[in-house]
Ligand binder design. Structure first.
Ligand SMILES: *[C@@H]1O[C@H](CO)[C@@H](O)[C@H](O)[C@H]1NC(C)=O
Ligand SMILES: *[C@@H]1O[C@H](CO)[C@@H](O)[C@H](O)[C@H]1NC(C)=O
Length: 189
């Protein structure tokens, strides 16, 4: 009985702690996102706050951000997991499925998707470089690497439009562009 009563209490305390840290981090997030979106109109305030707060909630109270530098690192990390997800979305799109005619892709689109997958892989290593540069306070190199990472989404999207093909990745490419813009805006504050 004692144990049963103790367990929910510790759970409640844990939840309160997590919520407290989330709300603490949120002031930092809101202030930083307000500045970031003011400095760079590509970065939407709501997008910035939602992306960072989701990441804080996902981390379940581990290492909540306490500085702008923490937010930059989080932003780069979110972008990396985005790239990883996009690469697996592309690989699913490329899987042949003869029973599903809605999945038909032109040869041109398939080539584009393969290129996009390579671009996003390169982007992941650019982001690793960016993170290392940022950690050693080389903000210039970090910005250059993030700009290179950002280009992946633009180049990917352009390949489809160059061939007058509809891109199945438009919303993902746009989000990816904005995530990198967010990292850049946060670094340059
Ligand atoms: C990329 O990140 C954004 C912002 O956090 C999120 O809304 C979106 O679902 C992510 N996309 C993928 C494919 O992971
Ligand atoms: C067919 O492929 C499309 C695009 O990937 C997918 O959204 C849909 O759910 C698939 N339908 C079936 C029956 O598998």
């Amino acid at each position: 009985m004692k144990f049963m009563a103790f367990y929910p209490l510790s759970l409640v305390i844990l939840i309160i702690l997590v919520l407290f840290q989330v709300s603490n981090g949120s002031d930092l997030v809101r202030e930083s996102c307000a500045k970031a979106s003011k400095n760079d109109p590509i970065v939407h305030y709501d997008f910035c706050v939602a992306s960072l707060e989701d990441a804080i909630i996902d981390s379940q109270g581990n290492n909540p951000p306490t500085s702008l530098g923490d937010l930059v690192a989080m932003s780069i990390q979110i972008t990396k997991s985005n790239a990883t997800n996009i690469i697996s979305i592309i690989s699913n799109l490329l899987k042949e499925d003869p029973t599903n005619s809605t999945k038909f892709l032109s040869q041109y689109s398939k080539e584009c998707l393969k290129d996009c997958s390579d671009l996003y892989s390169d982007s992941l290593s650019d982001l690793d470089d960016a993170m290392r540069a940022f950690e050693s306070q080389d903000f210039n190199t970090a910005s250059i690497k993030i700009s290179a990472s950002m280009e992946a989404s633009v180049t990917c999207e352009n390949q489809f439009s160059d061939g007058n093909e509809e891109s199945p990745l438009t919303d993902k490419d746009n989000t990816y562009f904005e995530l990198n813009a967010m990292s850049l805006a946060l670094i340059n504050m």
